[in-house]
Design a protein around this ligand. Structure first.
Ligand SMILES: [Zn+2]
Length: 242
C-alpha cells in the first residue's frame, strides 16, 4: 500500500532528518574530541611518570640504606681502630712480635675502613643522582598535572556544551517526529538505518541531496507534478521536493 504524505508532513520529515543528522554529528563530535584524546595521552604520561618517580625514589632509598649501613660498619671499625691504637701506643704491649701483629691488625682495619668509605661515597653519589631524577620527574609530573587539570576542565566544558545542544535537538526531534504518521516515520527510520543515517533528502535544483545524483529533467518534472511521497530512483531515499 502506498504511503500518503502531503507537502507539509514531507517538509516536517525533512526537518526530522536535519535534526537527526545534527544529533549524529554532535554525538560523533562528543565521542571524538581531540582535547579528550590529548587528555587521555596526558593521563597515560602521568601514569608513566608516576611509575618512574616511584622507581627513582625506591633506588634513592636503597642507596640511602646502603650508605647508612656502610657508615654503621665504619663506626664499629673506628672504635676497633681506636681501641687497637690505644693498645699499641698505650705502652702496655712491648713484645716486638706482638707490636708488629698489632700494627698489621690496625693496617688491615684501616684498609677495610677505606673500602667502606668508598662504598659510602659511591652510595651517596647514586642516592643524590636518584634524588635529582625523582625531583626532576616530580616537577615534570606536577607541570603536566596542572596542564591535564586545565584540559580536563576544557573537555568538561565542551562536552556539557555539546550535551546542551544535543538535548535541544533531541527535544526538537521528538516534537517533529510526533507530528508524523507511524507509517511515514517507520519508512524513514528503516531507510535511515540502511542508508548511513539519511532516510529523507531534499530535491534541490534537480539533484537528490541524499546521493547527489542529478535526476533527468523529465523525472524532475514528473516528481514535481505528482508530489506526494516520492523516492529517489538512484538511492531510494524519500525525496522531498523543496
Ligand atoms: Zn538519491
Amino acid at each position: 500500500m502506498p504511503i500518503h504524505a502531503d507537502d507539509d508532513s514531507l517538509s516536517r520529515l525533512l526537518e526530522l532528518q536535519l535534526e537527526d543528522s545534527e544529533i549524529t554529528r554532535l554525538e560523533d563530535r562528543r565521542a571524538s574530541l581531540p582535547e579528550a584524546a590529548r587528555l587521555a595521552e596526558m593521563n597515560e604520561q602521568l601514569e608513566e611518570l608516576g611509575a618512574d618517580i616511584a622507581t627513582a625514589t625506591k633506588n634513592q632509598d636503597g642507596f640511602a640504606s646502603d650508605q647508612s649501613k656502610a657508615e654503621g660498619e665504619m663506626e664499629i671499625l673506628d672504635q676497633k681502630i681506636a681501641k687497637e691504637e690505644a693498645r699499641m701506643y698505650g705502652g702496655g704491649v712491648s713484645n716486638p712480635k706482638e707490636l708488629s701483629a698489632l700494627q698489621a691488625e690496625i693496617e688491615m682495619l684501616k684498609r677495610k675502613r677505606g673500602v667502606l668509605e668508598d662504598q659510602v661515597l659511591e652510595a651517596m653519589v647514586h642516592k643524590d643522582d636518584y634524588a635529582a631524577t625523582a625531583e626532576r620527574l616530580t616537577a615534570e609530573r606536577d607541570g603536566l598535572q596542572t596542564e591535564a587539570n586545565s584540559l580536563s576542565a576544557t573537555v568538561n566544558e565542551i562536552s556539557s556544551d555539546i550535551d546542551a545542544e544535543l538535548l535541544k535537538h533531541r527535544t526538537k526531534r521528538s516534537e517533529v517526529a510526533a507530528t508524523l504518521t507511524d507509517e511515514l516515520r517507520d519508512l524513514y527510520e528503516k531507510l535511515r538505518e540502511q542508508k548511513h543515517g539519511v532516510g529523507a533528502a531534499a530535491l534541490e535544483g534537480g539533484t537528490c541531496q541524499g546521493c547527489h545524483t542529478q535526476l533527468p529533467a523529465r523525472e524532475v518534472e514528473r516528481l514535481k507534478a505528482e508530489r506526494g511521497l516520492q523516492r529517489c530512483d538512484n538511492c531510494r531515499r524519500i525525496l522531498v521536493i523543496v
